[in-house]
Write a protein that binds this ligand. Structure first.
Ligand code: GCO
Length: 422
């Protein structure tokens, strides 16, 4: 840890999301989302954060973090995804934000972390451009209610995962396998992002940004075909989600799959941001021509790296490589790593400490190379519901016994507390 020297005003945080930790799926008027009942294992009570939030904020205070990145559950605020706000849903976030602020921790609010109200999906979900307008109305409700306490706003968490996992391959809710016909969902999410930025700013928000999932795409070999495959997949998985927001344009090679009039929305989408949040876990994989598969290119697993219990390869230098490349390609606003973490079992978790230490060293190297990084958020405070993989992967600094909801800080919790305190 000694060589991990960061600026005195560097922001240390932890991240969570509503659907993964709140539980209380039917309580206080919350409506159904696309994730309720989706996948092999229902989220159920999750970590029961809805009732235990004060204990969890106390854990964050003990950790000594500067900021807490959470998300609002759209189905709590507007049970059907439109219309008047549900006062009991807003009241929960009132209580939570007051508790976080009272602990001297800065709230970072994500408006959408994948729990789309089911009624909106039944009307087409992110395939329907109108969902962006519903999102604008939702953003206005949150801005009006919480702009006095939320210090940094993030409209959408990882739109790439919604587009690719939710609508292109169907591993995530809503479970559609549209392949490249899913790409209009990227544009409609970008439009939703831009409309929300405008609404948040109008309500006085002074810090609005992103939490985009990015990672390097490597060619499977030095061949021309593999390098072309890597370029195309880099455009799909990184450029499609960074270029419109940071450059005000789409990657040329993807235009055939986007709405023909998408350029008309670019001025709204490309409003300047106060920060660019990057979620990093591991490289995407090794790209090669997709012989026989429905996509023109495929990603093969990368070999030769240790892996987490979630089978993610551990490649810390991928974070440095990614940030340096992004700083060269875009005029980046200040950068935050809004998620980085790993799944390992047990309260004694030396592998997680090693993972965090090595990724922070890579982040320090990116900063030394000139990338303006202002903060880092560990995914996650608590063990929680890991989407289509259920509760098996454990990403928390705090262990959760899902039978008793007992919280037990892990060794990595003490390690991060020491780092944050310096
Ligand atoms: C993501 C999501 C989180 C995940 C975390 C671990 O980046 O996929 O933001 O909800 O749980 O990344 O996979």
């Amino acid at each position: 840890m000694e060589n991990l020297i960061f600026p005195a005003d560097f922001v240390w945080g932890v991240s969570t999301s509503a659907f993964q930790i709140e539980g209380a799926p039917g309580e206080d008027g919350r409506g159904p989302s696309i994730w309720d009942g989706f996948g092999p294992e229902p989220a159920g009570d999750a970590t029961d954060h809805y009732h235990r939030y004060a204990d969890d904020v106390a854990l964050m205070a003990d950790l000594g973090v500067d900021a807490y990145r959470m998300s609002f559950a759209w189905p709590r605020v507007q049970p059907g995804g439109s219309g008047p706000a549900n006062p009991r849903g807003l009241a929960f976030y009132d209580r939570l934000l007051d508790e976080v602020c009272a602990a001297g921790i800065a709230p970072v609010g994500t408006l959408y972390h994948w729990d789309l109200p089911l009624e909106l999906e039944e009307a087409g979900g992110w395939l329907n451009r109108d969902t962006a307008s519903r999102f604008e109305d939702y953003a206005a409700i949150l801005a009006d209610a919480f702009a006095d306490r939320v210090k940094m706003w993030i409209p959408l968490n990882e739109p790439v995962v919604t587009t690719v996992y939710g609508y292109a391959i169907g591993e995530y809710a809503p479970g559609k396998a549209l392949l490249l016909d899913a790409l209009p969902t990227a544009h409609h999410q970008h439009l939703a992002h831009g409309l929300a930025v405008r609404v948040l700013r109008a309500a006085g928000a002074t810090s609005v940004g992103t939490a985009n999932h990015h990672s390097p795409v490597w060619p499977a070999s030095g061949s021309e075909a593999d390098r072309a495959a890597a370029d195309w997949l880099d455009a799909l998985l990184n450029g499609l989600f960074a270029d419109p927001v940071l450059l005000g344009r789409y990657p040329e090679e993807l235009l055939p799959y986007l709405p023909p009039d998408c350029a008309d929305d670019l001025p709204v989408i490309a409003q300047p941001l106060d920060f660019y949040g990057v979620n990093y876990y591991e490289p995407q994989g090794a790209a090669a021509p997709g012989e026989g598969n429905p996509l023109p290119f495929e990603l093969r697993p990368i070999e030769g790296f240790p892996r987490t219990t979630n089978h993610s390869p551990i490649v810390p230098d991928g974070l440095r490589e990614l940030l340096v490349r992004f700083a060269a390609r875009y005029e980046l606003p200040p950068v935050y790593v809004t998620e980085n973490g790993c799944s390992f079992d047990g309260v004694h978790d030396p592998e997680r400490i090693d993972f965090l230490e090595r990724h922070l060293a890579a982040l320090r190297a990116a900063m030394d190379a000139g990338v303006d990084v202002r903060g880092y958020f560990v995914w996650s405070l608590l063990d929680n519901f890991e989407w289509s993989k259920g509760y098996a992967p454990r990403f928390g600094l705090v262990h959760v016994d899902y039978e008793t909801q007992r919280r037990t800080p892990k060794d990595s919790f003490a390690w991060y507390r020491e780092l944050v305190s310096r």
